[in-house]
Design a protein around this ligand. Structure first.
Ligand code: ADE
Length: 241
């Protein structure tokens, strides 16, 4: 996958890609990230990237010309997804991440200030994505969130391929609790079943915990799932205890 990031602040993006899984996946060649400064596509002496909004009001707007030129220089094809990061976009989910992870070319446009000229959205942006209902000072951190979420599920990113499929959100439920040594810490013991070596019982316990945890923390997720009779029983039993 080739991923081009257009920003006024490449220095936010570049260092974050040099550690851990993101570093490894780039070294493997599965992911190539290029970060470009939008200012490099200005043509005037002052390298102007923004201007006052027509109609008045506070804040500056990113001008269309440099961004049109920059995107064009990335040679987008029919398959390229051109993504603008904005609180007005569709809320990011794991299923959107999975959809993007099978594309061959992504272009991220990071805004700053009051936003971008509407003609950029109309003519070149193919998807607008929000990472949550709050306002960041620019799209860079949102782009990093997306790059991280996509990068870690690309083939070869995780040492153990299985673990991507065991994630909460990759399945329907949140993750179950995890324990490691010591077996007792500050009076708190690891649940007996996890020490039993009985794989079927361990699986059942984790599954039960995942369902209960999801119902407690994210009733919105539970509401949208078609639960099996077994899953409904687990929740009923939990309520009675
Ligand atoms: N840019 C500013 N705020 C944002 C958000 N919540 N999501 C994506 N991009 C943004």
């Amino acid at each position: 996958m080739k991923l081009d990031v257009l920003t006024l602040f490449p220095q936010i993006i570049t260092p974050a890609l040099q550690t851990g899984i993101l570093k490894r996946i780039q070294e493997s060649g599965e992911l190539v990230v290029n970060t470009y400064n939008i200012r490099d596509w200005t043509t005037d002496r002052h390298k102007t990237v923004d201007d006052y909004p027509y109609g008045g009001g506070a804040g500056m707007i990113l001008k269309p010309e440099p961004i049109f030129s920059a995107v064009s220089a990335m040679h987008p094809t029919e398959d390229t997804e051109i993504i603008y990061l904005t609180p007005q976009g569709v809320p990011l989910t794991q299923s959107i991440v999975e959809g993007l992870s099978i594309k061959s070319h992504l272009i991220f446009i990071c805004g700053r200030y009051k936003g971008i000229d509407e003609r950029i959205r109309k003519k070149i942006v193919t998807k607008e994505i929000s990472i949550g209902d709050y306002v960041l000072s620019g799209g860079e951190i949102a782009a990093l969130v997306l790059i991280d979420a996509i990068g870690r599920i690309l083939p070869g990113a995780l040492g153990d391929f299985e673990s991507a499929h065991e994630d909460s959100f990759s399945k329907d439920f949140l993750d179950h609790p995890h324990y490691t040594r010591p077996v007792e810490f500050e009076g708190m013991k690891v649940p007996e079943v996890l020490l039993s070596g009985h794989h079927e019982n361990i699986k059942k316990w984790r599954y039960t915990q995942a369902i209960i945890r999801t119902a407690e923390r994210r009733p919105d997720i539970i509401k949208n799932l078609e639960l099996t009779d077994e899953e409904l029983d687990i929740l009923r039993e939990d309520k009675n205890n």
